[in-house]
Design a protein around this ligand. Structure first.
Ligand SMILES: NC(=O)C1=CN([C@@H]2O[C@H](COP(=O)(O)OP(=O)(O)OC[C@H]3O[C@@H](n4cnc5c(N)ncnc54)[C@H](OP(=O)(O)O)[C@@H]3O)[C@@H](O)[C@H]2O)C=CC1
Ligand SMILES: CC(=O)N[C@@H](CCC(=O)OP(=O)(O)O)C(=O)O
Length: 342
């Protein structure tokens, strides 16, 4: 197949390019950039690491993209696909959108949390949320989940789906490395600030809160809210979500473990860590989500720890997993099955 990438010069775009370049079912990768760029650019001029890849990044042209490709990936910032999705939806053309533009079903929620103009409700209704372990999308427009949302939802799924916790008691403390913020330098991502430092941000205002709730409510309508805090940590890649909740009466360690095993026993990309605890480094550069859990009888609290690589399972890796679902290929095709270690 031929695959198009829009946004190849960004962090998730480059990882997507790396994965698709080695994907056995992808024959050609075509790159497209901004709509308003008259002259084409070249990948080797934009990304030093790809200095031997003199591949053209053509100006964005929707008709050319659909004519020359079987699928298009958008690795563009919020606000881009909300304006560009319509012709793909009209043509039922396969799209995998890494941005948050088409994830929320309610346009008012998007406007509230992203502070941008939403796509129209009829377009949002057509997009399918691609949390790959639970929603196998075979065609159309896939809204690839956010990085924090992926780590949090995979950690919470067994607790919510098996009704093991008080739905009013969920607290998530999530930390992310700097590549999660994309390539643009900001004051908070400046080396002198974040090196040997750590700071919460977007407290109670993070755009993944409504995304997480939307999916949790599909599993259990009684979940009304969650306390969700995001913190920057001085690593390049990786997310660790520590999830706390109160168990319902009768829930013990055995039931907890059985729920995780039932939920993920057959899943290739979720690893259940039973000796010790998950760590960011052990999933680095892989599409794995590692999960660990415990029930403390003294504080009567469940802890689940979920780790992913934000650029892989949190973005480009899950996008390739969704590509494999869409084209009915083996789910693992083109994805590394061994993390980068040490
Ligand atoms: N980084 C991460 O860990 C994750 C990111 N995401 C989401 O994925 C998307 C990409 O993120 P990330 O890679 O971090 O972002 P970056 O900021 O690193 O890259 C954005 C890319 O989009 C391109 N771009 C910007 N505006 C346009 C436009 N109007 N038309 C065409 N191309 C455009 C940029 O090109 P140029 O440089 O030429 O402007 C660049 O290639 C975002 O929506 C992000 O929220 C989701 C999960 C995790
Ligand atoms: C470290 C960091 O800044 N991370 C970003 C995550 C970006 C992302 O995944 O955004 P969308 O999924 O909404 O597109 C953030 O917290 O906003």
């Amino acid at each position: 197949m031929n695959a198009a990438i829009i946004g190849v010069t960004g962090y998730s775009g480059t990882v997507l390019y790396q994965l698709l370049s080695q994907h056995p079912a992808v024959e050609n990768i075509h790159l497209y950039g901004h709509q308003d760029t008259a002259a084409p650019r070249f990948l080797n001029d934009e990304i030093e690491a790809f200095c031997d890849r003199r591949i053209m990044i053509e100006p964005y042209d929707v008709r050319k993209i659909m004519a020359e490709n079987d699928v298009v990936f958008f690795a563009t910032p919020a606000g881009v696909t909300a304006k560009l999705a319509q012709p793909y939806l009209d043509a039922d053309f396969p799209v995998i959108d890494l941005s948050g533009d088409m994830r929320l079903k309610d346009p008012k929620e998007y406007a509230k949390w992203y502070h941008k103009d939403p796509a129209p409700a009829d377009q949002l209704a057509k997009a399918q949320y691609g949390l790959a372990e639970f929603n196998t999308v075979h065609a159309g427009y896939v809204a690839n989940p956010g990085c924090y949302a992926t780590a949090t939802l995979l950690g919470l799924a067994p607790l919510i789906k098996k009704h093991l916790i008080d739905p009013d008691s969920i607290i998530v403390d999530a930390k992310s490395g700097l590549s999660g913020a994309g390539k643009k330098l900001t004051t908070s991502s400046h080396f002198a600030w974040i090196n040997e430092n750590s700071q919460p941000y977007k407290v109670n205002q993070h755009q993944h809160i409504p995304e997480i709730l939307q999916q949790l409510q599909q599993w259990d309508a009684s979940v009304k809210a969650l306390q969700f805090t995001t913190t920057l940590i001085p690593v390049t890649r990786g997310i660790m979500a520590s999830i706390y909740a109160k168990p319902l009466p009768g829930v013990d360690e055995e039931k907890l473990t059985a729920a995780f095993e039932e939920c993920y026993g057959k899943r290739r990309f979720v690893r259940l860590v039973k000796n010790g605890w998950p760590s960011i480094k052990e999933v680095s550069h892989s599409n794995f989500c590692d999960l660990g859990w415990a029930l403390d009888p003294n504080s009567h609290t469940i802890l689940v720890v979920s780790v992913i690589d934000n650029l892989m399972k949190g973005a480009a890796g899950q996008a390739v997993q969704n590509l494999n679902h869409m084209f009915e290929l083996d789910e693992t095709l083109g994805l590394p099955m061994i993390p980068s270690w040490p």
